[in-house]
Design a protein around this ligand. Structure first.
Ligand code: ATP
Ligand code: MG
Length: 476
């Protein structure tokens, strides 16, 4: 059931001010886009409000800005005829109604002023082209020239005009269609799907930043596999993330097969989305197996192997981020580290879980430990219920062990109980490799559980190791 009554939402303060400003300036205006769509679907918080003015959107924005106490300075983009206001966590965007005409090389159209109808024509999908009047004469009335309501009811993504034109004009809309389908759990109309398939190659005119923005939004939907399967079926994924396409398929040699790592990956992504809103952890799930394509080998005795795929995969993460102009910062390193370590907890959970193995895991994973285990749990996609239960149970044991080991041994953010300075002072040394040798021996002994993570035990080991390599205490 659609929520067609806009009276209650228009009662809110920000809309009251909008309505007053429209009346005062006498600029014909409408709510449009996401705010209308999401209110109808009952999923909106009305945090992003798009307003279209038949006339100057900037002038209306200035009037609204004056009436909003404590709003941040208004941002005006004169050349686009748009303005933006941020107020109490709400973003208002204003645009003058326009007509657009496109050239082949660019998704930035030539723009001239137009009517509301012109403006609705240029919008990407029927469900995004619904407008609600803010004008005194028909306040709250819904203007729906393309049967957007019907498409909302039927959960369909469809373009107002001929889809071939819509997608050729601005190929970003292909990614938007898929993102909305995934976000709203809608189907993309067949004609639209065909038009997307025809226009796949045109994705090259879209900037990497915009592509990534849509990928991120798709990854943040409740079930990203819906979106990624569409990206794959339309051929877009091959152009954007070919590394994932390489994971597709099952090979068989001498009766031995391996799993399809593409579909497996999508399952892992869906799984992790049930437990985290962290975009970068979701990226790590998407990329955790990309090293499997280049490392795949068949050995007649052991079957299919992917030796070193974690290491190769983490190198590929860097290249992929660079190619897509994604940030090459600590977020990328975080994803790389998760990919690099993605098999470590599994190895532990398969055997009886030894303290030493847990200490090493905690030491190596550091900050990412919880996320790493979350990733590994999401990685369990076996359809065998017994195995499924056993693997999850093993990770429970790993988690429990981590708590125990943490309490006792304080391995995370490990600070050696005997420092390099202490060693130098005691043996009266200048910086040299012997210091590193002793420090390493102490760290290893602690991780292996041979000595506790305490000063006295570490100090004694320092003496022993020092003696072994012929060092003498200062003053002896
Ligand atoms: P959300 O904010 O949840 O992403 P939205 O529909 O509000 O959804 P915006 O990107 O904020 O999306 O755009 C606002 C409106 O502007 C859209 O609803 C649509 O009508 C129009 N629009 C945005 N991008 C395009 C585009 N590339 N082509 C045509 N119309 C677009
Ligand atoms: Mg919006």
């Amino acid at each position: 059931m659609l929520n067609k009554n806009f009276d209650n939402i228009l009662q809110k303060k920000v809309f009251q001010i909008l309505l007053e400003s429209v009346q005062r300036t006498d600029i014909e205006s409408y709510l449009v886009g996401g705010v209308v769509r999401d209110h109808l679907l009952g999923r909106g918080k009305a945090k992003d409000i798009d307003v279209v003015a038949v006339g100057s959107g900037i002038e209306l924005a200035k009037a609204v800005h004056q009436a909003l106490p404590g709003a941040r300075p208004i941002q005006v983009f004169k050349s686009y005829g748009t303005a933006m206001i941020q107020w109490e966590g709400i973003t208002l965007e204003f645009v003058g109604a326009r007509k657009e005409s496109y050239t082949r090389e660019s998704r930035n159209p030539k723009v001239i002023s137009g009517t509301l109808e012109d403006d609705q024509n240029r919008r990407d999908f029927t469900v995004n082209a619904l407008a609600v009047s803010l004008n005194p004469k028909n306040k709250g009335e819904l203007i729906d020239p393309f049967n957007g309501l019907e498409d909302l009811e039927k959960s369909i993504i469809k373009t107002p005009l001929d889809p071939t034109i819509t997608y050729t004009d601005d190929p970003l809309r292909m990614l938007r269609a898929i993102r909305f389908a995934s976000q709203l759990n809608f189907k993309i109309e067949n004609k639209s799907l065909s038009a997307i398939k025809e226009n796949v190659e045109r994705i090259y005119i879209i900037s990497k930043e915009r592509i990534v923005e849509e990928l991120n939004k798709t990854l943040m939907t409740p079930k990203p596999s819906d979106g990624f399967l569409l990206l794959e079926q339309t051929g877009l994924l091959k152009n954007i993330l070919p590394e994932l396409i390489q994971l597709k398929g099952i090979e068989e040699i001498e009766g031995q097969t391996h799993k399809d790592n593409f579909y497996h990956t999508l399952e892992v992504v869906d799984n992790i989305c049930k437990t985290t809103e962290n975009l970068w952890l979701r990226w790590a799930a998407l990329l955790h197996d990309i090293g499997k394509a280049p490392t795949k080998k068949f050995h007649p005795k052991i079957g299919w192997t992917f030796h070193g795929h974690e290491f190769i995969g983490s190198k590929m993460v860097y290249k992929l981020f660079k190619r897509l102009k994604m940030p090459l910062n600590e977020k990328m390193k975080y994803v790389q580290k998760l990919v690099m370590m993605s098999s470590r907890p599994i190895v532990i959970s398969e055997d009886t879980v030894s303290d030493a193995a847990v200490r090493r895991l905690v030491f190596d994973a550091g900050e990412i430990l919880e996320d790493l285990i979350t990733l590994c749990e999401a990685d369990i996609t076996t359809k065998n219920p017994n195995r499924f239960r056993r693997y999850h149970n093993n990770f429970k044991i790993v988690r429990q062990k981590i708590v125990e080991v943490e309490e006792r041994d304080r391995i995370r953010n490990f600070q050696p109980p005997v420092t390099g300075e202490m060693i130098m002072k005691y043996f009266n040394l200048k910086p040299c490799k012997e210091i590193g040798f002793i420090k390493e021996a102490i760290k290893e002994a602690i991780l292996e559980g041979e000595i506790p993570n305490e000063y006295e035990a570490a100090f004694n080991l320092m003496l022993k190791k020092g003696n072994e390599i012929g060092l003498v205490a200062d003053g002896e």
